[in-house]
Design a protein around this ligand. Structure first.
Ligand code: TXA
Ligand code: MG
Length: 307
């Protein structure tokens, strides 16, 4: 049986309403979505992904203002970021509303919320009339999907419907900002650079303190099957490729040192391509550690920690 694929948001909303799982396009990566109020469907997300149940999901809303409905007393910083950065690649951690099940938050008293900048995704959520809970639509620990085909390749029939919204424009997951602490903390670098978060807040942002701040931010993650070797310069890459080839490795090359927006957009597809082409080793030239480059470097280093 082949995976069901559509471009019709009403079909996607109907599948969600009856407790099904839908792969939903967003500007960051594709999500594996369930109606946030259907605990049975939310539990199935964890089963399909093979994800530990204490790794909480992100709640996706259609309108920035819906933050007020689906959280309990968001801080000034959370409301400001929602007003200024949404729809967009940012998730805020806020106190949890009572209607959000333990299954979504892993029993935490906080919840991650975001309003994606993707018309099709927002249309589906509006039609459903409730938010959707969604992690990235990949098996646990693997590379996140940035096209409908990536989802089909990974999850096949384990997802009830794939909503094809084209390739993701950002290509990296959302930035996660814990707004329950002052100053706010960046729990995960992502599509909205930390510098921009600070500028929008007109105030300081802190790095995550303590290893368990964002459960699920494992050292090994986003990993293809090949070994990944991050290097700083094109010259280093050439030297390393030569050395690897001498040992019999089948090398591939990915230069992320040019336009960083393009680097982010193409990263996950390139990791998948390296596997498909049978590379044993992928040498990656990193972007500068500024702006979006911080998130790109983070993902490459986690991919490298995988093997
Ligand atoms: O761009 C994205 O954020 C994508 C798209 C689909 O929206 N979603 C995504 O979800 O990347 P996921 O499940 O792969 O990563 C969500 C991460 C978790 O690993 C966890 O670290 C953090 O969000 N998180 C969720 N709720 C949290 C909470 N209450 N406190 C701390 N961290 C939380
Ligand atoms: Mg993920």
């Amino acid at each position: 049986m082949s995976t069901r694929v559509t471009r019709d948001p009403s079909q996607a909303a109907a599948v969600l309403a009856r407790g099904g799982l839908v792969a939903l396009p967003t500007e960051t990566v594709y999500g594996l979505a369930a109606d946030v109020t259907r605990t049975d469907a939310v539990r199935r997300i964890f089963a399909v992904k093979g994800r530990p149940t204490d790794h909480p999901l992100i709640v996706h809303i259609a309108e920035p203002d819906d933050l007020m409905q689906w959280s309990a007393g968001p801080s000034h910083a959370a409301r400001r970021l929602a007003a200024l950065a949404w729809p967009g690649p940012l998730s805020v951690i806020v106190p949890r509303d009572g209607r959000i099940a333990d299954a979504v938050t892993g029993g935490r008293d906080t919840v991650a919320v975001r309003c994606p900048a993707h018309d099709l995704a927002r249309d589906v959520i509006r039609r459903l009339g409730r938010p959707v809970a969604a992690p990235s639509a990949n098996r646990f620990g693997r590379v996140s999907p940035t096209t409908a085909q990536h989802v089909i390749d990974d999850l096949g029939d384990d997802v009830d419907l794939v909503l094809d919204g084209g390739p993701c424009s950002v290509g990296l997951e959302s930035t996660i900002v814990d707004c329950t602490v002052d100053p706010v903390q960046i729990l995960r670098h992502g599509g909205l650079p930390a510098e921009q978060v600070a500028a929008l807040l007109e105030g300081p942002v802190a790095p995550a303190s303590g290893p368990r701040r964002a459960p699920g931010m494992l050292e090994m993650h986003y990993a293809p099957s090949c070994r990944v070797h991050p290097v700083e310069t094109v010259a280093d890459a050439a030297d390393l490729e030569t050395a690897l080839s001498r040992t019999g490795a089948v090398t591939a090359h990915l230069d992320l040192s040019g336009d960083v927006v393009q680097a982010a957009r193409g990263l996950y597809g390139a990791l998948r391509d390296a596997d498909r082409q049978g590379a044993t080793d992928l040498v990656v030239v990193l972007p500068r550690a500024a702006g979006l480059g911080v998130a790109v470097r983070d993902r490459v280093s986690r991919a490298a920690a995988g093997r």
